[in-house]
Design a protein around this ligand. Structure first.
Ligand SMILES: Nc1ncnc2c1ncn2[C@@H]1O[C@H](COP(=O)(O)OP(=O)(O)OP(=O)(O)O)[C@@H](O)[C@H]1O
Ligand SMILES: [Mg+2]
Length: 410
């Protein structure tokens, strides 16, 4: 039988005779093996696998440095995308079948195969591995689509409810404000207490009015005024809006912004709002002070999108230029059991301190209609990183041409 693909094979076998038999079978049909390496231990195999990219590994489970299914598990953990065919002893059919449930694609029984069967098993194993990966990928896509649907349904419901309630609440608030203005002008016996009570009432009403305005914006967030913008200007404006919070909370801000970032097509007021939300979240997470780092840089996405694993592969393509904006803090981080809820409208752990729980859900909404992404994750060494991704080359409603527009790509 002739196969289209010629294989890169690793033989892991500590019995010299078994190894030689395998090697000679693999070389028998010389055009079907393009790379052949061997090892007599698991450590040696892992070392070779980090040097070469093999299509398939023929693995003896019982090696001097690892025995039984553990050998397969360790190999799979480090190199999950390589197909594995187990080479079992003469009377170990059951062991062979068991290994399939631990992640092997096939098994061979020593002494019961020839070059033809071996070759066929290796090709089938690779194909099975490829299909397995496709299946996993398809499942992930379905899950993502389902989550997005749930999220957007939630937003729709909140939007509809919010705009109804917000209109109803705005009028009484306006009446209250007029009333307070009237009282403060016409109180005949003024004392300091009356003044401060009136001041507090005014502040409370203004806060309530701001929340209601947020809700209305949230509900009507369907169109944007997009223009080509320098993202560093947008960052600077956002930082200026919240600068007073930094000294008050003993927070230092470090900016790491690449000199020549490509322009992005955004509604700058909306993106300013997103950055302000992220910075305020960072400030709130550091009541005893700390450091905020704002990074902005551009990247051309690599062939496998490995540098940005969170990006949805059907929306972002290799070779595409993106601008990345990250806000990092050195604060308390997000508890693992809460991280799945932070984009939910009205989810907040700061209700007592005036949190409404709309900051991130509004930000997500804004990024969605920019065709961009937002991620929030705990950093390994503590604190949180919130990341915004903007597409550079293509945007909904128009194509930016790098050369014509004289944009600076790197
Ligand atoms: N940088 C961060 N560090 C720690 N927790 C965070 C951070 N950012 C967000 N969170 C968590 O996510 C929750 C939701 O954030 P979100 O911005 O949506 O609402 P909020 O900040 O509580 O209220 P607001 O509507 O005023 O923004 C927060 O209450 C907090 O628990
Ligand atoms: Mg917030």
């Amino acid at each position: 039988m002739k196969y289209r693909q010629s294989l890169k094979v690793l033989v892991v076998e500590d019995n010299l005779i078994d190894r030689r038999i395998l090697e000679s079978m693999l070389l028998e049909t010389s055009n079907s093996t393009s790379l052949l390496k061997s090892s007599d231990s698991l450590a040696g195999a892992l070392q070779l696998m980090s040097q070469y990219s093999f299509d398939v590994v023929i693995l003896d489970l019982n090696l001097p440095d690892s025995q039984g299914e553990n050998t397969l598990l360790k190999l799979n953990r480090q190199f999950p995308s390589v197909a594995v065919v187990i080479n079992t002893g003469a009377y170990e059919d059951e062991v062979g079948i068991e290994t399939l449930s631990f992640g092997a694609q096939d098994f061979l029984v020593k002494g019961k195969y020839n070059a033809y069967i071996l070759n066929k098993a290796l090709h089938y194993a690779i194909e099975r591995k490829r299909l397995e990966a496709e299946l996993v990928n398809a499942y992930r896509k379905v899950k993502e689509a389902q989550n997005q649907l749930i999220q957007s349904e939630k937003l729709k419901v909140v939007g509809t409810l919010a705009s109804g309630v917000a209109h109803e609440v705005k009028n009484p608030l306006a009446t209250l404000l007029y009333g307070i203005a009237y009282l403060s002008q016409n109180f005949s016996e003024r004392d300091q207490n009356v003044d401060s009570v009136i001041q507090n009432m005014k502040q409370a009403i203004t806060k309530a009015n701001d929340i209601v305005t947020d809700l209305l914006n949230f509900a009507s967030l369907t169109s944007l005024e997009k223009k080509k913008e320098n993202i560093d200007n947008v960052i600077r404006n956002a930082l200026n809006l919240v600068r007073h919070e930094f000294s008050r909370n003993h927070i230092t801000v470090v900016q790491k912004i690449e000199d020549t970032l490509p322009q992005v097509m955004v509604d700058k007021n909306r993106i300013e709002q997103v950055i302000v939300n992220l910075i305020l979240n960072a400030v709130h997470a550091m009541p005893d002070g700390g450091e905020i780092t704002v990074r902005a840089y551009s990247r051309v996405l690599s062939e496998d999108l490995e540098d940005m694993p969170q990006l949805r592969r059907d929306e972002f393509k290799p070779g595409e230029t993106i601008v990345i904006l990250a806000v990092e803090d050195s604060g308390c981080g997000i508890p693992v059991d809460k991280i799945g809820q932070i984009f939910d409208p009205f989810f907040t752990t700061r209700r007592g301190e005036g949190g409404v729980g709309l900051g991130l859900s509004i930000s997500k909404n804004i990024m969605d209609i920019h065709d961009g992404c937002i991620f929030v994750e705990n950093k390994q060494n503590g604190g949180v990183r919130a990341t915004l991704i903007f597409k550079v080359d293509t945007v909904k409603g128009g194509v930016l041409n790098g050369q014509e527009e004289n944009l600076n790509y790197r």
